[in-house]
Design a protein around this ligand. Sequence first.
Ligand code: FMN
Length: 91
Amino acid sequence: MVDSGFRRGSDVPKALALGADFVFVGRPFNYAATIAGAAGVAHAAKILAAEIDTNMGLLGINTLDELGAWHPVVRGTLPSLHGQASGRNTY
Ligand SMILES: Cc1cc2nc3c(=O)[nH]c(=O)nc-3n(C[C@H](O)[C@H](O)[C@H](O)COP(=O)(O)O)c2cc1C
């Protein structure tokens, strides 16, 4: 289980891919409740779900179970597009 700092739909698949079973989102829903009560929280949940869905589409997966540790790419470790997997390329 992981908590703190998860703000958008691209954050959640990253955490799941790295091994989390649960991703907790706190303050965004507090803010939504402050602005618009229960309807705001429902709206925020819809936005987060839609962002996760979009990110799953961009990753080419249909279920979160398909996520693996190979999905998040640490900046600077992307294999070369020219077949030289030095692991030291920056982009
Ligand atoms: C106003 C506020 C109230 C909170 N109340 C609780 C609480 O009652 N129990 C609890 O376990 N965590 C509480 N938390 C902590 C949140 O559950 C969460 O761990 C923390 O906000 C970090 O996640 P976030 O970066 O998504 O906000 C509270 C956080 C905030 C900002």
